[in-house]
Design a protein around this ligand. Sequence first.
Ligand SMILES: NC(=O)c1ccc[n+]([C@@H]2O[C@H](COP(=O)([O-])OP(=O)(O)OC[C@H]3O[C@@H](n4cnc5c(N)ncnc54)[C@H](O)[C@@H]3O)[C@@H](O)[C@H]2O)c1
Ligand SMILES: O=C(O)C(=O)C[C@@H](O)[C@H](O)[C@H](O)COP(=O)(O)O
Ligand SMILES: [Zn+2]
Length: 360
Amino acid sequence: MSRRLHVATAHPYDVHVEHGADAQLPGLVPQDTERVAIVHSPAVTDRAERLAGTLSHQQVLLIETPDGEQAKTPEFLAHCWSRLAQHGYTRSDLVVGVGGGATTDLAGFLAASWLRGVRFVTVPTTVLGMVDAAVGGKTGINLREGKNLVGAFHEPIGVLCDLEALATLPAAEIRSGLAEIVKCGFIADPQILDVVEADPAAAADPHDAVLADLIARGIAVKAATVAGDLTERGPGGLIGREALNYGHTLGHAIERHEQYRVRHGEAISIGMVFVAELAHRSGHIDSRLLARHRRVLDVLGLPTTYRDGLFDALLDGMRLDKKSRGSTLRFVVLHGLAAPAILAGPDAALLRGSYEAIVE
Ligand SMILES: NC(=O)c1ccc[n+]([C@@H]2O[C@H](COP(=O)([O-])OP(=O)(O)OC[C@H]3O[C@@H](n4cnc5c(N)ncnc54)[C@H](O)[C@@H]3O)[C@@H](O)[C@H]2O)c1
Ligand SMILES: O=C(O)C(=O)C[C@@H](O)[C@H](O)[C@H](O)COP(=O)(O)O
Ligand SMILES: [Zn+2]
């Protein structure tokens, strides 16, 4: 089944979710484009080459990235800048990111920074990329000091989610993407949780329509959220895009602490249980909603606990979270199902107690 989801920001675009979506790339390339740089991860070189073959009117430059987070470094970004310079890329040229979230984050920031901004298309090939990273225009790279510390808001002109790409995706990567879908369930669309709980095996099966539906539901949450608050300032003092950061304050600190040997979705799975504990202990959610976090993540095979003795190190990492304001840490918590809110400056004992509740 083919689905088209619209992202109604100031520069609107569509997200195509279907088998064979890649075939739409030529139609997305603006008429005045002479050069297209396809930035792709090594796992999808064949797909990138096939995409290049469909662009008969442009000169195509293929740039293969290192795998995973190794692509999101200042050094590799500088290499990409040099490649574009050597091939004479101008403001009418295009960058296409083909791969998981790490690839589209890098390619998006390459597009945002090259000549102060050129057009950009995302072709996500992981569940996580489709449902989250490729949509919404957050682009960026990591520093040794922390995750996603340098970046820009730079929206794609189109997103192609070709469901065929999921056939080669390892099960652990599918689970990692499901963590972001479950996040959308807790912050905005509880039907997602019902669907996962009803048939977790179907939810994780790349050939099952249940997963395709869940992807579309997750994209719908992301599209509606970024359309209301693209640059994460919070519309009228209310929580806006920051809601999409549910579970990410601790999650990003864990990723950095593990030197990215843990998957993004796995880290934010643990981070969601941590903020659920925080919300429960500060009187915002009942024990049933807290238990539902553990249950739904467990049933998908996602981690819900973390190692003992690391609270102080992780607290340091959390201070570099983008939601922090000065020395005040700010967490996305729930005030009920689908009712996200900000908890600013919780005291250290509350944070430590919540961490102890998630220790293995
Ligand atoms: N910009 C955003 O809004 C946003 C949102 C969520 C996550 N992210 C970022 O996305 C990244 C995580 O994305 P991810 O989970 O896709 O990780 P990833 O990009 O590292 O991809 C995971 C692994 O799957 C491989 N792979 C990709 N497509 C494949 C395919 N079709 N078949 C087989 N293997 C394939 C990759 O090469 C990699 O080894 C993190 O850096 C995270 O910070 C960004
Ligand atoms: O789109 C958003 O906004 C998100 O927060 C989505 C997150 O899932 C994603 O991991 C994002 O990259 C986190 O951004 P950051 O601002 O915390 O670096
Ligand atoms: Zn995320």
